[in-house]
Ligand binder design. Structure first.
Ligand code: NAD
Length: 281
């Protein structure tokens, strides 16, 4: 079985470039599908407190029999828990549900600029890393402004920024900024949540050329441009199909063609909330 490439964080730790995400997966279903993902070859799982399935992910880890050093687990701090002390407490509650001693990666889920607690929250993540409770710390849905601020105020650069990123919204500018700071870029909703992107004729053409599926072509594009990528599916055949994207190698013309699908200039690329203004409870 092909193993995912590993990318190296600015703190020296590594992350499998291809992982498996479990947003909108019920807790009991998460247990089943994460076991299937491990069987397919995935070793990197992306969950969050707000997904309500950390316990299911924890049971899957236990059932898999895989050793902690052979897997990579990410969870995220929810917005309502932002703030220094509340972050420390929320982290322990997540670890309890996951059944883990040490976490691989802890992320601030959203910047929440109006709430404006993210600098204190980031300080708590730095403390958790110092205590050895979490190996690497990062952020999700952070803008250049938020990144500048946490770096300037603490001197600690996040390992990764997990952001909405797919061929219709390819985040060229933020990817470049992340890279300039030594921050890896991780793509959420990497398949554009299925639908139109996977039916696009340009993707179909590249898929036919490589004897691959549209989802595999999109995942291969993420891998080729250096993203950490976490596609989700609850269908076992698709979980396997998505993992097998590791065996699809695009050429430069394919990559350029997929880069050309970006709709940022038209303002129609984004699916989810805009982190510079979003304010979730
Ligand atoms: P995605 O882009 O991974 O799309 C998932 C959907 O695509 C599936 O539900 C299915 O309908 C379809 N699909 C998957 N594999 C397919 C295949 N092989 N063929 C055809 N269709 C297929 O969407 P997502 O779940 O939104 O994002 C992936 C992960 O990113 C999430 O599970 C979560 O872990 C993470 N995420 C994070 C944030 C954040 O704020 N940090 C937000 C959204 C998602």
């Amino acid at each position: 079985m092909t193993l995912s490439p590993e990318l190296t964080f600015n703190d020296g730790n590594t992350i499998p470039q291809l992982g498996y995400g479990v947003w909108q997966v019920e807790d009991d279903v998460a247990e089943k599908v994460v076991v299937q993902a491990f069987e397919a070859g995935f070793r990197h799982i992306d969950t969050a407190k707000i997904y309500g399935n950390e316990a299911g992910v924890g049971r899957a880890i236990e059932r898999s029999g895989l050793k902690p050093e052979d897997i990579f687990i990410t969870t995220k701090l929810w917005n309502a828990d932002q703030g220094y002390e509340s972050t420390l407490a929320a982290f322990e509650a997540s670890m309890e549900r996951l059944g883990l001693e040490t976490l691989d990666l802890y992320l601030i889920h959203w910047q929440q600029p109006k709430q404006d607690k993210y600098v204190d929250t980031w300080k708590a993540l730095i403390e958790l890393q110092k205590r050895g409770r979490v190996k690497s710390i990062g952020v999700s849905n952070f803008t250049t402004e938020g990144l500048h601020r946490i770096i300037d105020e603490t001197g600690v650069v996040p390992a990764i920024n997990q952001i909405e990123l797919h061929p219709f919204f390819n985040q060229a500018e933020l990817r470049e900024f992340n890279a300039s700071k030594g921050i890896l870029t991780q793509a959420w909703s990497p398949l554009g949540q299925g639908g139109e992107l996977l039916e696009h004729p340009a993707i179909a053409e590249i898929a036919a050329k490589h004897n691959a599926t549209p989802a595999q072509v999109v995942i291969a594009w993420h891998l080729a441009i250096g993203n950490v990528v976490i596609p989700k599916s609850v269908t076992e055949s698709r979980i396997r199909e998505n993992y097998a994207a590791l065996d699809v190698t695009l050429d430069e013309a394919d990559i350029q063609a997929i880069n050309g699908l970006d709709r940022t200039a038209e303002g129609t690329g984004r699916i989810g909330a805009d982190p510079s203004v979003s304010d979730f409870a």
